[in-house]
Design a protein around this ligand. Structure first.
Ligand SMILES: Nc1ncnc2c1ncn2[C@@H]1O[C@H](COP(=O)(O)OP(=O)(O)OP(=O)(O)O)[C@@H](O)[C@H]1O
Ligand SMILES: [Mg+2]
Length: 417
């Protein structure tokens, strides 16, 4: 792995967007992802706020600015980030993709005029231009052509990749949420069509150099399971993609992030730094979002003085003060939203978390089953594991579980259980 000693730079602890060249750490994750992407497409999943978006944005930045480790030089990776949040239907999505892909023309000398010509022919609209594409192509009368347009665009791009012996990674952030929203609006046919198109394109065009990263805070599994049960959907949309889950920062990464935040104007006794960074690492469980939260609170409530006391006090407000709870609530909300059919499923999952939140160590499956009065605990434990709420360990060939992050366990115990 590449270990470069870069100097910290000032960062303010806000939770807004970040300049792509300022995104901290994740070098090992990027290397692991690219090793997977050499051969196939990848699905990145984790609960909200773990740092998925910034990870894939940094990956794209490094690909496009020639900053990848030596081992990837031969691959000629390029990447393009898309966010799918708020795309209304397949028509809008296709327009968005085409308009964004057009911006990459300079990398690949893709002759988009030719593609546009083909699209005009497909929808029989000679006056169509790229400028009015978005208000035109998504009209319902063109619906029957969406698939053909999609195919054409990706065929053209891939022909170029093959010619240049390069690889293009298309990053689709929030794909599962978008599909879920389409389903909620009765547009499940669009969703299933898109899944089928993506699968077919992926399998046909991966050999030519096209790669996808699907990224989302709800698993594709939730969407697929729902389509399977409700509409008998049988497509295997992502089963041959590699799965990748984003973890916490290492102590080193937390230290670096702390240095950057401190440079934006915090007060600290230099000699105490190492032990204070370690405290922050422990309280935040290495989750960068909570590192930024701690600094945020120290900034507003403690006049920017970083000490053992102010860190502890900031941590206590994260756990106790409802104004900081919106991001914890997602843990509860996503169970209510995605697992409430049937309702008992959500209830059981919450009962399991209530129970486990009171245990600091791993608990055996047997003890969990005996400890709560619910049906199908085994199945729900598995779902919670796959959905990144729990950790599992084998002891004496028996399954043991615990809540994955201590900060979540504590919040759940104090505010939910
Ligand atoms: N690599 C990083 N460098 C600096 N800060 C980070 C990094 N990763 C995460 N963070 C912090 O955590 C916050 C959440 O990160 P990000 O938006 O990438 O998470 P996410 O998993 O995409 O969340 P969501 O599921 O809500 O989309 C950021 O706003 C930032 O404060
Ligand atoms: Mg995100």
């Amino acid at each position: 792995m590449e270990t470069k000693n870069i100097t910290p730079y000032p960062l303010s602890p806000t939770s807004g967007t970040m300049q792509e060249d300022k995104i901290v750490g994740r070098e090992n994750e990027i290397t692991s992802l690219l090793r997977l992407l050499k051969g196939q497409s990848v699905s990145v999943e984790e609960i909200r706020r773990m740092g998925k978006t910034l990870l894939v944005q940094k990956l794209a930045y490094k690909c496009n600015s020639n900053k990848l480790p030596e081992e990837f030089k031969g691959e000629k990776f390029k990447a393009k980030y898309f966010t799918f949040q708020g795309q209304d239907d397949l028509g809008h999505l296709i327009s968005y993709l085409i308009l964004e892909l057009k911006k990459m023309k300079e990398w690949y000398q893709i002759d988009f005029d030719k593609t546009l010509q083909s699209i005009k022919e497909i929808i029989n609209s000679p006056t169509l231009t790229f400028e009015n594409l978005s208000i035109n192509i998504n009209l319902p009368i063109h619906q029957k052509h969406w698939k053909d347009i999609f195919n054409k665009v990706f065929d053209d791009i891939s022909a170029n990749l093959e010619k240049n012996e390069s690889k293009l990674i298309l990053i689709f952030d929030e794909l599962p949420i978008m599909l879920w929203e389409w389903y909620k609006k009765g547009k499940q046919d669009d969703a299933m069509l898109l899944l089928n198109i993506l699968r077919e394109r992926r399998q046909k065009l991966e050999p030519k150099g096209l790669r996808f990263i699907f990224c989302g805070s709800i698993g594709m599994q939730i969407v697929l399971d729902t389509f399977r049960t409700k509409y008998g959907y049988t497509g295997e949309a992502t089963n041959d993609m590699a799965k990748y889950s984003v973890g916490s920062f290492s102590l080193k990464e937390v230290q670096f992030l702390c240095e950057c935040y401190t440079l934006s104007g915090f007060n600290i006794i230099k000699e105490d730094k190492l032990s204070l960074w370690e405290s922050i690492y422990n309280y935040s469980n290495g989750i960068p979002f909570y590192v930024s939260k701690l600094f945020n609170i120290i900034q507003t409530d403690h006049d920017k003085n970083i000490t053992e006391l102010t860190i502890k006090s900031a941590y206590d407000s994260i756990i106790n003060d409802p104004i900081h709870h919106d991001k914890f609530k997602q843990l509860l909300d996503r169970i209510n939203i995605y697992y409430s059919e049937p309702l008992v499923k959500a209830e059981s999952m919450k009962a399991i978390l209530d129970f486990l939140s009171k245990q600091e160590e791993f608990v055996s499956e047997e003890d969990i089953i005996n400890g709560i009065n619910q049906e199908e605990v085994k199945t729900h434990l598995y779902t919670l594991l796959a959905d990144h709420y729990l950790l599992r360990e084998m002891k004496n060939e028996k399954r043991h579980y615990k809540i994955k992050y201590e900060i979540f366990r504590k919040w759940w115990k104090i505010n939910q259980a």
